[in-house]
Design a protein around this ligand. Structure first.
Ligand SMILES: [Zn+2]
Length: 300
């Protein structure tokens, strides 16, 4: 079955400046990889609508969003040491959140979907942009899923960085569980094993350079703990491909086939609940492309 792939042209227009690793070419590499001839029977393209303000305000206060919009109107500016808005970044951020929302909507209908989101989202806090992230796309999508009746949402984050924003936004809410494996200690510094929220947070901090099968096994073990006696209605993947071996911003040793294996294993574990991927990091274009292809193939 082809898998719906959600995209929006504005995601490419967020420009954090020359030399920034989270560059516009990332989304081009992702879309090009999925447009390859051998993916034609795997991918069903769907352009998303930008997120409605109301859907984003389930996660972020209006005052914060007003500030982002104003900054973009003024031509952009610096939000954080490594997070920069350009004139088109507000449009891009709403487009990315809309892509994540539409991926969840299609995924709930079809059993799987992938959202080509950019800028990424998992470091974004309620009222603070950080780590290249402005709006927390995954949590906005999770709230939309709940609005549509999927009461229990499991977010699994295999980006090499800890999703501190996602954790902070859900750690008091037992209706969402969050499993993250990440390099530790590493940016952003959070994600210790003892950070458990209300028992709904499952962190798997790991050093760089371990044999890849250790990472594969340990994330699956954490997912098994998270779903023990708790059946999610949706599994959302915060799919960061900076955990692949060779990424300049991380030291994990994963291969694209590991991502495919995880995706398949998640589907088996939570069936009949849908599995929806949302793009996070990944900073070497060839690895990003290979990782997304492997993930989307396994979703199909
Ligand atoms: Zn990352």
């Amino acid at each position: 079955m082809p898998v719906p792939v959600l995209f929006h042209p504005a995601c490419e227009r967020h420009d954090p400046g020359v030399g920034h690793p989270e560059r516009p070419e990332r989304i081009g590499a992702v879309l090009q990889a999925l447009r390859a001839g051998d993916m034609a029977s795997v991918v069903e393209w769907r352009e998303a609508r930008p997120a409605a303000r109301q859907a984003v305000e389930r996660v972020h206060p209006a005052s914060y969003l007003d500030g982002l919009e104003r900054l973009a109107w003024q031509g952009g500016g610096v939000l954080d040491a490594d997070t920069v808005m350009s004139g088109d970044s507000w449009e891009a951020a709403l487009a990315a959140a809309g892509v994540a929302i539409a991926a969840v909507e299609r995924g709930l209908e079809r059993g799987a979907a992938f959202g080509a989101t950019r800028p990424p989202g998992h470091h974004a806090l309620a009222a603070r942009a950080m780590g290249f992230c402005v709006i927390n796309n995954a949590v906005v999508a999770a709230r939309q899923a709940q609005h549509l009746g999927a009461a229990r949402v499991l977010i699994v984050d295999w980006d090499v960085h800890h999703g501190n924003g996602t954790q902070a936004l859900i750690e008091q809410d037992p209706s969402i569980r969050y499993v993250s494996m990440h390099q530790y200690p590493w940016y952003p510094g959070t994600g210790a094993e003892h950070e458990r929220g209300v028992g709904n947070v499952f962190n798997v901090p790991r050093p760089p350079g371990l044999p890849r099968e250790v990472y594969v096994r340990d994330l699956l073990a954490a997912v098994d703990r998270a779903i023990d006696g708790w059946r999610p209605d949706l599994l959302l993947v915060s799919a960061g491909f900076d955990s692949l071996i060779g990424d300049p911003l991380g030291g994990f040793t994963l291969e694209p086939e590991d991502v495919a294996h995880w995706t398949t294993a998640f589907r088996e574990r939570v069936a009949p609940a849908p599995v929806v991927g949302v793009l996070e990091g990944g900073y070497r274009l060839d690895l990003l492309a290979a990782g997304v292809r492997a993930h989307v193939r396994a979703l199909a």
